[in-house]
Structures are given as structure tokens and as C-alpha cells.
Design a protein around this ligand. Structure first.
Ligand SMILES: O=C(O)CCC(=O)C(=O)O
Ligand SMILES: [Fe+2]
Length: 465
């Protein structure tokens, strides 16, 4: 699903309230300031791009994941650098070329960090740690314990590796079966395929192709623009991974607005996030996405069904950094102070170093809300994903949804038409004393109530109560 609509009851994107400078001037100023600023995390070069998780995380070496991720990271960087080198002589720079340059800059400052294990995760304080480039690698049972923990909400990504016997075994018949289904299910498909080269933003929007033609393009092993099928409706049964399935607090999204009826037939609106909460992404080798967040504050689960993906991701960002980046997506960078300007790198994304995750056939990723990520397809790769709201993070869900109305470039997905209704039904459920969901505090409920009434851009979105 791609964005073309706005949340009902909210105004379409407009100028953000803060005064800003000319983007070109900002960019130059920013570069100068970046040179002056003494950014503290050691990153940026291929040979030195390893950091230890900071903030007291005491990690032990988990050689396999780190070595493999580093190899795959190197493969992607080599592919990107080679393509840039080969294209550099061309007079006209394609959108892909410009995006590749940005991607290269991002990759060069991406670090490869060690995951922590279940015991280390449990020993951590429950509060989220900002700017910490780490993730949890654990079994599916451990992941369920982490997700079902009433005392803490997940803030770092989890990677569940496929068991040895499932390694290299594609799920559900893999790519061949998926292509068969794709052909039989519909004549048309939305893809990112580089057809719109003329304007900066349009080329990043999907085009509709005949399914047969889109699939045909996969046969070209050296395409000028690898094809990326994003957000396809799920084609397999039971896409929800067992580590998250039927945990009440993660069911809000699929339960609303269906609550109030036990019937099996409900009117379905295509753009309703509850009805497209499972999806596939299917990318040709070389296809990639620039950093974005998944929409409406969802936790995303993404299972690698068949193939290989590098999934670089930013650590949890301070609100200030997140907002500075959101503003920069509409060409506006705050330059009120050196500190503020240095939050955003010259490539347009937060200066804090991203870190790499690698996903292979059978691996599962659980990605917390609001995390910028920029996946790269190392092979033709099929993934199945699901989206979830958590009862304790509903304030962030509304905040992020409002932010997406103002700065629509932060996500690559289409907003939900029914969001406003959904938010109001959820408020009613939250107010019930016998509710089955583990909601946030009373203060958060009051904040949520205020936020769902916002229909103007002038209100402060991030007030604390
Ligand atoms: O594979 C891609 O290019 C993008 C996938 C993605 O970001 C997602 O599924 O959230
Ligand atoms: Fe995404």
C-alpha cells in the first residue's frame, strides 16, 4: 500500500510551524558545521566500523552473527560502489544513481555490532536506551517471553535465526510458488521500477505494471533498475509469527474497529491498516529502499521466506533528532545551533551511526516502532511481514501518525482512512475497567485523549501530558 490519502479529520501536509532557512543554504551550513562538530561514536570506515554497544551493555562475543553480517555488509558496499563507478561516466545521472550515492554514504557510516542474548536483555533496565546500536538475537520461545513481558515494551530489534535444519529451506514453497500465486491472483501489480526519472519525488512512487511484465523483468540478471514489489497483500495463511500471535496487547490493530461484533463478515476498506496488516515485500537483487519509518507507529515483524537481505537500521533516536530529520524531509533543517544542525548528516539522515542486520532464508526480524531502516536485497528475496500496535505504545502511535500527516516523506506507506474512528474506539476500550489489554498509565490515557482530538497542525504534538 502506498500513500495517496490523508487521515480523515486531519489537515493535509503543510508547512511546519517553525521558521527555517533555504534548504540549499542549510545544506552548505550543515556541511561546515558537521566538519566542526566532534561527533563521538567511532564510525565511517569499512575497516573501523565496529562499535561495542554503549550505555553499560556488557556483551559477549557472538561471532557467527557478527562475522556473517560483516561479510554481507561488505558485499552490499562492493555492489553499490561498483555500480556507482560504472555509472559515473554517464552524462545524465539517473534517480537510482543519486539514491545510490546517498545509500553509499549511509552504508559507509553503518556499523556492524554484536547482538546481545536473552540473559543480557533481561538484565537490562526496562527503560529504552537511546542511540544504542544493538539488537537481541534469541530463540522464538525467548522472543515470545520478551514480547509478552508485562513490565517492559520492546525497544530494540529482535532477530530470531532459523534453526539449522530450516536454514536454506524456503517457507511456503519459496519464490517459485509465490510467483505462481502472484500470476493467478491479479493482472496488475504496483512496483518501484525506476520508470519515472523526470522529477525527484515521482520516481520514488510506485507504478502499476502487468503482473506478467513485472515478473518477466526478474529474468534480467543485470537490470538498470532492479524491480521492487513492495507491500503486496499477503498470499499465505497464518502470516503472524508464533512468538507474537495471540498476545492480547499486540492485537489492537487487528481487533479495531472490528470490536463490537463477533460476526465473521466485516466491511473491508482497502486502505484500512487493520485489513492489510500482513504483507509481502519482494525485491530483485540490488533493489533497496532509502531510510524511512513504517507507518502509524507499528511494530513490524518480517520473516525472510526465501533469499538474503541486509537490513541496516538506525538506533532508537532522541525525539529531537527524529524531529530534526522529519523536518529535513521537507527541505528544512533547523540551524538555530550547531548542536541542532549536527543532528543531521550531509546525506540527509540522522548523524548517529546506523547498524547492520542481516536476514537469511528462515530468519525473522521484529522491528520496534519509529525505527529508520533502509533494506537492500542481496538476492531476489521474498519476505512476509505483519504490523502490530501495542496497547502500551498508543500515545506514540497517534504522535507518529500526526507527524506523518505533516511530514509525509518520513514513511513510504499510505495512511489509513479510518484512523480517526479507530483511535476513538480504542479510547473507549482503554477507559473500560475490565479491558483485556494492558494499557499505559492514566496520564498517558489523558494525553492520548487530547492527541486524538488534534485536527490542526498548530498544536504541540509532543507535549508531555
Ligand atoms: O525491502 C525493501 O526495499 C523495503 C522493505 C521495508 O522497508 C518494509 O517492509 O518495511
Ligand atoms: Fe519499511
Amino acid at each position: 500500500m502506498f500513500k495517496t490519502h490523508f487521515i480523515s479529520g486531519l489537515r493535509p501536509p503543510g508547512r511546519p510551524p517553525k521558521s527555517t532557512l533555504n534548504p540549499e543554504v542549510d545544506r552548505l551550513e550543515h556541511r561546515k558545521k558537521m566538519k566542526r562538530s566532534n561527533y563521538s561514536v567511532k564510525v565511517s570506515t569499512r575497516s573501523h566500523n565496529k562499535v561495542e554497544p554503549s550505555n553499560g551493555l556488557n556483551v559477549t562475543t557472538r561471532g557467527d552473527a557478527e562475522t556473517l553480517t560483516r561479510q554481507k555488509y561488505d558485499d552490499v558496499l562492493n555492489m553499490v560502489e561498483l555500480e556507482i563507478k560504472n555509472a559515473s561516466s554517464k552524462k545524465r545521472k539517473s534517480t537510482r544513481f543519486l539514491d545510490l550515492e546517498t545509500y553509499q554514504s549511509l552504508l559507509r557510516r553503518t556499523v556492524v555490532s554484536q547482538p546481545i542474548d536473552f540473559e543480557q536483555y533481561q538484565a537490562l533496565p526496562p527503560e529504552p536506551q537511546y542511540e544504542t546500536p544493538t539488537y537481541l538475537e534469541c530463540t522464538e520461545q525467548q522472543a515470545r517471553k520478551v514480547l509478552d513481558d508485562p513490565d517492559r515494551v520492546l525497544w530494540m530489534p529482535i532477530v530470531v535465526r532459523s534453526g539449522k535444519k530450516d536454514r536454506n529451506k524456503p517457507a511456503n514453497g519459496g519464490i517459485p510458488k509465490f510467483i505462481q500465486r502472484l500470476k493467478s491472483d491479479g493482472k496488475k501489480v504496483d512496483v518501484l521500477a525506476g520508470e519515472r526519472e523526470n522529477t525527484y519525488h515521482k520516481s520514488r512512487q510506485p507504478i502499476t505494471l502487468d503482473t506478467g511484465i513485472a515478473i518477466e523483468r526478474l529474468n534480467n540478471t543485470n537490470p538498470e533498475y532492479p524491480i521492487n514489489f513492495l507491500n503486496l497483500r499477503s498470499k499465505f495463511h497464518n502470516p503472524v509469527p508464533s512468538c507474537i500471535a495471540n498476545i492480547d496487547s499486540f492485537r489492537i490493530l487487528e481487533d479495531y474497529p472490528a470490536k463490537g461484533s463477533n460476526g465473521k463478515t466485516l466491511p473491508v476498506m482497502y486502505s484500512d491498516i487493520s485489513h492489510c496488516a500482513s504483507f509481502h515485500v519482494f525485491g530483485q537483487r540490488g533493489a533497496f529502499s532509502l531510510p524511512h519509518i513504517d507507518h502509524h507507529g507499528v511494530f513490524t515483524t518480517i520473516q525472510c521466506d526465501d533469499g538474503d537481505k541486509l537490513w541496516p537500521i538506525f538506533p532508537k533516536l532522541h525525539q529531537e533528532t527524529f524531529l530534526a530529520w522529519a523536518r529535513s524531509t521537507v527541505g528544512q533543517v533547523e540551524v538555530e545551533s550547531v548542536e541542532q544542525a549536527s543532528l543531521i548528516h550531509a546525506d540527509g539522515y540522522p548523524s548517529i551511526a546506523p547498524f547492520a542486520l542481516y536476514l537469511h532464508t528462515g530468519d525473522l526480524l521484529i522491528q520496534p516502532p519509529g525505527r529508520l531502516h533502509f533494506p537492500f536485497s542481496l538476492s531476489t528475496v521474498l519476505m512476509t511481514g505483519t504490523m502490530h500496535w501495542h496497547a502500551k505504545t498508543m500515545v506514540q502511535v497517534v504522535q507518529q501518525s500526526l507527524l506523518e500527516v505533516i511530514f509525509s516523506e518520513v514513511t513510504n506507506e499510505e495512511p489509513d482512512y479510518n484512523l480517526s474512528d479507530k483511535f476513538h474506539s480504542i479510547a473507549k476500550e482503554w477507559e473500560r475497567s475490565d479491558s483485556m489489554y494492558a494499557w499505559g498509565t492514566l496520564t498517558e490515557l489523558n494525553q492520548y485523549r487530547k492527541l486524538i482530538e488534534v485536527n490542526t497542525l498548530s498544536l504541540p504534538l509532543f507535549q508531555s501530558n
